[in-house]
Structures are given as structure tokens and as C-alpha cells.
Ligand binder design. Structure first.
Ligand code: HEC
Length: 198
């Protein structure tokens, strides 16, 4: 009789072991799904980059670089916000050295940025990242400078013209986003996507 109880209880323990393992698997996401979110986020970051870049070039050709500073001041955040509404995700730009204090990276984002800088300076490729935070998938996508950016993010008196510098100082008295060279990490796109049921 004792043996019978032992057998039954070990079956129950085994069974519980199985179910709890199944539950655990359910809460951790498959790699395939993670990659799908990483790709979707990348697609959205590219869309945002295109929208911002297109309007930036249009503003520069319409009114020159100082005018484009004023344009970015009013329009940059609304452009990413309206795209966010359209695609049911939250897309924004952050930096460890922001121009607009609203774009200050948080601790987690700063960690990714400093790792990305270290990789880039040792000549390695910077890869985007994806992680789950409760019911949200959060993707980080690096933003790298090119010569165009240096007209507003480069060095005063060198790549930033005086008139542009004055406009920057006027709109952003706490500006930290100058002094960059080409091919440097200027910041990241943060794309937050709700986890779908499947
Ligand atoms: C005409 C000037 C101008 C040019 C050219 C320009 N930017 Fe900016 N950038 C700005 C302004 C102004 C802001 C602040 C926008 C705001 O108030 O949200 C900004 C903000 C940013 C931000 C958000 C973080 C922060 O510092 O507030 C990133 C990232 C960024 N720029 C990257 C770039 C990159 C990459 C390029 C080149 C492809 C570029 N910018 C070209 C003026 C410029």
C-alpha cells in the first residue's frame, strides 16, 4: 500500500513538473518570433528615418539650414508621433547627448549606446537589439552620422555655419548634440511594439 502511494505521488510530481515546464515555455518567446519583431521594428525605424530625412532635405532646399533647424524644432517629434499612430507602435529617437532634452536616453538605452560606440570604434558592426518588457517588444536601432548631419551636429565654425549655430543656440540652449564627426553613433530609434496574442 505504501509503495502504491509513493508511486501515485511521484506520478503527480512528474506531471506537475511537466505542466510547469510547459507554462514556462509559453512565457518565453521563440527565437523566430523575436527575430520577426526585430525585423518589424527595423522596418518601422527605416520608415521613420525616411519620413524625417525627406522632410529635412525639403526644408533645407526651401529655406536653407538655419530654417531647417526651426523646422526640426517644430516638426521632428510630431513626424515620429504621427507615424507611431499610423502603425500601432511607438517610435521615437533618443540620444546620450540630446539636442532636445525630451530625447534624453534612459539608463537602459544609454547602456546600449555606449556598447554600440565601443563596437564602432573597434571597427565592428553594430547590430540592432530586441527585448521583451512585459507586454511590449522594445527594439533599438542605431542612428549613424553622415556628412549631411554635420551641418547641424558637427563642429561650430567648422561644419556648422555661424547662422546655423545661432539658430541652434536660440532654440536649444541646453544642446549637447554637436561636435560629431561622420560615422558616429548620434542616437537610436526606439521602437515599442505590443506583443500580439499569437
Ligand atoms: C538642419 C539641421 C539638422 C540636420 C542637417 C540634422 N539634424 Fe538632427 N536634429 C536637428 C534638430 C534641430 C534636432 C532637435 C529636434 C527636436 O527638437 O526634436 C535634431 C535631433 C536629432 C536627433 C534626436 C536626438 C536629439 O539630439 O534630440 C537625432 C538622433 C538626430 N537629430 C540625428 C541626425 C542625423 C543622423 C542627421 C543626418 C542624417 C541629422 N540629425 C541632421 C537638426 C538637424
Amino acid at each position: 500500500m505504501k509503495k502504491f502511494f509513493l508511486l501515485i505521488s511521484s506520478i503527480i510530481i512528474l506531471f506537475q513538473g511537466c505542466t510547469s515546464r510547459e507554462k514556462k515555455d509559453d512565457s518565453t518567446m521563440s527565437e523566430k518570433r523575436m527575430v520577426a519583431y526585430l525585423d518589424r521594428g527595423k522596418d518601422l525605424a527605416n520608415k521613420a528615418q525616411k519620413a524625417l530625412g525627406g522632410q529635412l532635405i525639403e526644408a533645407i532646399s526651401k529655406g536653407g539650414v538655419p530654417y531647417a533647424v526651426q523646422f526640426c524644432n517644430i516638426k521632428a517629434i510630431p513626424i515620429t508621433d504621427s507615424l507611431s499612430n499610423e502603425v500601432n507602435a511607438n517610435i521615437h529617437r533618443v540620444s546620450d547627448r540630446p539636442r532636445n532634452p525630451e530625447n534624453q536616453a534612459n539608463e537602459h538605452e544609454n547602456k546600449y549606446i555606449s556598447q554600440a560606440k565601443a563596437l564602432l570604434s573597434s571597427g565592428e558592426k553594430v547590430l540592432p537589439s530586441i527585448q521583451r518588457q512585459n507586454d511590449i517588444m522594445v527594439g533599438y536601432y542605431p542612428i549613424i552620422t553622415n556628412p549631411l548631419c554635420l551641418q547641424c551636429h558637427g563642429k561650430p565654425n567648422e561644419t556648422i555655419a555661424n547662422e546655423t549655430w545661432d539658430a541652434l543656440q536660440k532654440h536649444y540652449p541646453k544642446d549637447k548634440a554637436f561636435g560629431y564627426g561622420p560615422d558616429e553613433i548620434r542616437g537610436i530609434f526606439v521602437v515599442e511594439m505590443p506583443v500580439s496574442a499569437k
